[in-house]
Structures are given as structure tokens and as C-alpha cells.
Design a protein around this ligand. Sequence first.
Ligand code: TXA
Ligand code: MG
Length: 346
Amino acid sequence: MPFQAGREFTVESAARRLAGGALVAFPTETVYGLGARADDDSAVAQVFQAKGRPADHPLIVHVLDEQGARAFARELPPVALRLMRAFWPGPVTVIVPRRADMAQACAGGQDSIGLRCPAHPLARALLQRALELGVPGVAAPSANRFGRVSPTTAAHVWQEFGDAVPVLDGGPCEAGIESAIVDCTRGEPVLLRPGTVERLALERACGHALGEPDAAAPRAPGTLESHYAPVSKLRLMAPGDINAALVAAGVHRAAVRQGVDAGALARHRQALGLYSTSCPAGTEGLGLIWRAMPQTPQAVARELFAVLRELDAAVAQRGGGEIWVEAPPRGAQWEGVRDRLTRAAA
Ligand code: TXA
Ligand code: MG
């Protein structure tokens, strides 16, 4: 991996770059973010440009604490305060009414603002030092090109932007999928994007059931039907269907071929039928690359985007290859992972 930047790049130099209006990528406990100072519209414009993101899709602002949130929020509705006090610092973003004079470009035309208080120690050190340098908050979407898989390592960020964006290297992200987003601007709280904190835990903290997004909900790319997508076609499949597809694709006859025809991510060895013996976890062969899907939703979330990138890179070399993923269970704890996989398959 040619990635080197993390070695020389420090919190101090990252904070100075942010203060000067330049872009910096940094780790959070969910995914890596592509940061710019939130109060500088031309710095924020560079984020939209680098990502290829339409300017009317708002960015989340990262702050150190509740006091930091007040610099951007016109008011903090009771439901937002309950969520902040229950989960901050941590992977829950609240959408609240915005101060009219703050972060217009970030907000993409909305009169609301998304606020998140990350738990990752490097993110916190960066926000702290940037604040000392006069930066009230850092706008940061996931550090990937629009619509693509979010980065969970510094090397992933380098794959997206190369040397154009320096990366603070904090190692692999702990949660692995983006924060839960709760819209607190519309009376009842609405879950715009599920994350690793379960719906029930959010509802308990709110003291209120979470509503579903409807047509009136603000634009949120993380909630577009197709998002988080690898380059190769991704199919979500029942275990038996993966076997059938392998046979139909003739992957079992590919022993003499070079390269990878399909990438599979499956929880059950049976999902790979006869291949389970010839292709044990982590090995490549017979034109198939298989990665075992862990058993818990936390473990799946942590490595999901890294595995999708790996399978995508292997499969894409051949052209026309597909990624087959065993559909996760229906349980409520799987909501975040299920959401990302459904959008990646759309
Ligand atoms: O975990 C995360 O949230 C990561 C890390 C870097 O913090 N960030 C992230 O940002 O996922 P991004 O931009 O990729 O996704 C932010 C989502 C988008 O779907 C955006 O539209 C929505 O939040 N959002 C931001 N501000 C909003 C607002 N005012 N109203 C509605 N949705 C908003
Ligand atoms: Mg994103």
C-alpha cells in the first residue's frame, strides 16, 4: 500500500490546515471524515468539489460538546438534548434548527444543521486544537467520492483522494458504519439513517417512538436508495441462492482460469455449499474469493466497508464480476448493516 501520509501528519498540522481553510481527512469512531472548517463557505465548497457531491446535500458539523453545538444551533429541542446527553460523544447525529448566520454552505440550503460529537480520541484532539485556533466546528462527510463506499482506514481515504488530501491516521474505525441520524426539527423525532446504536436505545433516550422518513424529509444522500455502492454489482442473496448462483455461473469449473469471477461474503458455510471445503475462509480459488461474515452485527459493521472494498478490487479486475452477500438476519440489531447493504445493492 503506497499510503504514507499518516506518518508525518500530526494533529497540530491538521488543525492548522483546517484553520487556514484547507481540507483534512481524519478518523472518527464510525468512518473517516473529509473535514473543512464549517464556518468558512469557501472551505466547505472544496469538500463538495472533492467528493463530487451536489451542493444541496447538507454536511454534518462535528463539535466537541453541547456547548460547541450551541454555536450552530438556533435552539436544541428537548429530544435533541436527550439524545446528546445519552450518546455524546458517540455515533449519533442530531438534526436541529440552525442559526441563520452560521454554516450556510454546510447546510445546503436547509434551515437546519446536522451536529455530531465524535468519540474518537484523534477526532477530539483535532476539534479541540482547531477550536483553540478559532474553528467553531468541522464539517465532515465521509471521506469518499459521492455514492461510494465509506472509508474505514487511512489507506481507504488515500485510495479516494490520493495525495490531494492529507489524512490523520487513527487506524481502523471501531464502529465501521456511519452515525445514526435523528431529525429533531419536526415535533416527533425521525430516524433518517440507522447506525450502530439501535433504534430501541434511541427511542428510550428520546422518550418517544421514532417516526419514519417521509417525502417531506430533507434531502439526505445517506438515505438515497442507491448509496454506499461498490463499483461491481452487489447482490444480496439467501444462503441457498448463493450456491445456486455459483453453479449457474460455472464458477466451479473455473479451476483452470486465472482471476476472480465473484466475491462472496457469507455467514454460513453452507451458503457456499461444495466450495466451503475447497475455499476455506480467507482463501482464493476456483474463481471465487470468499470472506466469512462474522456472527454479530457489531463485528459485521466494523469490517463491512473494508471487505466490500477488498472484494470489489478483486472482482473488478476481471470485469463484469459480481459481489454476492448473504442477507443479514431480520433482527432489529441488524438494521444499520441491513440498510447499508440494501443501498449498496440498489
Ligand atoms: O458517521 C458519520 O456520520 C460520518 C462521520 C465522518 O462523522 N459522516 C457522514 O457524513 O456520514 P455524510 O455527509 O456522508 O452523511 C451525512 C448525512 C447525509 O445523508 C446528509 O444529507 C445528512 O447527513 N444531513 C446532514 N445535515 C442535514 C440536515 N440539515 N438535514 C437533513 N439531513 C442532513
Ligand atoms: Mg457518506
